[in-house]
Design a protein around this ligand. Structure first.
Ligand code: GLA
Length: 381
């Protein structure tokens, strides 16, 4: 992948890249839709990356080549208004990051860029966050600008919120920027502090892509966020993070039933996530298994973001592995991946279970990925 990127870059632009950076996708172990409610999440970076090669230009233009989108290209100027590009969605992540960096007064400069990677797209494993973080680092390093991982993550999130139009939280970009090898990050999404929670070496992380992509993901996602914000308003607090379960249970009748369901998911998911930090630290797999099962049920029944295919897989795997594995949907929802935390010795059982039943039930072929928690964004050449 790296060699192909370097060679294609040189063939396209007539010189070698000055720098190559990479940023990983992520899998979230627990804490779903809690980030934009200023709550808690427990993701880790995965061993699948977006790579960005960059070199300076003499003018103020940005030329971009996307190796994995049939070699499509894009061009825009940093000293002219940067517009949304309806026909090439991938280009908006680059444009959005440039636009946010300029809005912050960061003096980024013209450059040639080439992009490739192996983060599965549309799988709920944050290929877009990986792209934003890698592109942000590439722009910064091309202009000799120093940026912390947190700043980089916020630029990526703002690009997504303000330019792309998805009102996502900070989780994906933050773990892509700041992930730690061998650890999950217990992030407090109010103040962006994080705990590094070791993931025992013996524990495997398996991601099973249902290969179901539903339309309207962004609009459903944004609706969930609005519903959470509306619920917070009932309690006159800035975010659902500020509502205790006691208060909620006393006053939930005052909320429209749909908002009460959404809020209940968030409040209980925060509690589960904090408990999962401890369970993972203690390598208490039966406890993790319970917490992840409860998280999945809540995403299905209260937050209503799962699909029949995702639910089917979670049931099938839980049925075989019982409390010897944690199983739940991961990511924003409406398709995407199931994550399984299981002892390395049980990985084959997970794979066999899926192979035996998923296609037979749904007529869709799954894709399976394995990972260890890996480090966040870095320069590799
Ligand atoms: C998407 C968003 C994140 C987060 C998750 C759900 O991945 O980008 O900010 O809200 O969904 O937990």
């Amino acid at each position: 992948m790296l060699d192909k990127l370097a060679l294609t870059f040189a063939a396209t632009y007539g010189h070698n890249a000055k720098q190559i950076v990479r940023a990983p996708g992520r899998v979230n172990l627990i804490g779903e839709h809690t980030d934009y409610n200023e709550g808690f999440v427990l993701p880790c970076a995965i061993e699948y990356h977006t790579l960005v090669a960059v070199s300076p230009r003499d003018d103020n233009a940005v030329h971009t080549l996307a190796l994995d989108c049939d070699g499509e290209t894009d061009q825009f100027f940093l000293d002219q208004p940067i517009e949304f590009f309806k026909e090439k969605m991938w280009a908006n992540y680059v444009r959005g990051v440039a636009s946010e960096m300029l809005a912050r007064g960061l003096a980024i400069t013209g450059c040639n860029i080439a992009i490739t990677g192996d983060v599965p797209q549309g799988a709920g494993l944050s290929s877009s966050a990986a792209l934003e973080v890698a592109v942000g680092r590439a722009f910064a390093s091309n202009a000799n600008i120093r940026l912390s991982g947190l700043e980089l993550a916020k630029i990526g999130q703002d690009a997504e919120n303000n330019f792309v139009g998805c009102n996502c939280g900070i989780m994906d970009q933050l773990v892509s920027a700041c992930g730690q090898a061998g650890h999950a990050l217990g992030i407090d999404c109010r103040d962006y502090t994080f705990l590094q929670v070791p993931v025992p070496d013996d524990l495997a992380i398996v991601m099973i892509n249902t290969n179901v992509k539903r339309g309207l993901i962004d609009s459903e996602y944004n609706t969930r966020r609005q519903q959470c914000e509306a619920a917070a308003q009932y309690f006159s607090v800035p975010a659902l993070r500020d509502v205790s379960l006691d208060l909620f249970n006393r006053e939930r009748h005052a909320l429209p039933p749909l908002l009460a369901k959404r809020a209940q998911h968030i409040l209980e998911e925060n509690e589960r996530t904090l408990q999962a930090y401890e369970a993972l630290e203690a390598y208490d797999l039966p406890r993790l298994s319970q917490l992840m099962a409860a998280s999945h049920r809540s995403m299905k029944d209260l937050f209503e973001i799962t699909t029949p295919e995702v639910d089917f897989l979670v049931d099938a795997i839980s049925h075989v592995l019982g409390d010897q594995a944690g199983v739940r949907m991961t990511g924003g929802g409406f398709g995407g991946c199931v994550v399984v935390l299981a002892p390395g010795a049980r990985v084959n059982d997970v794979i066999q279970t899926v192979k035996n039943c998923y296609f037979a039930e749904t007529g869709i072929k799954e894709t399976i990925y394995l990972t260890k928690p890996c480090a966040g964004e870095s320069r590799i050449g």
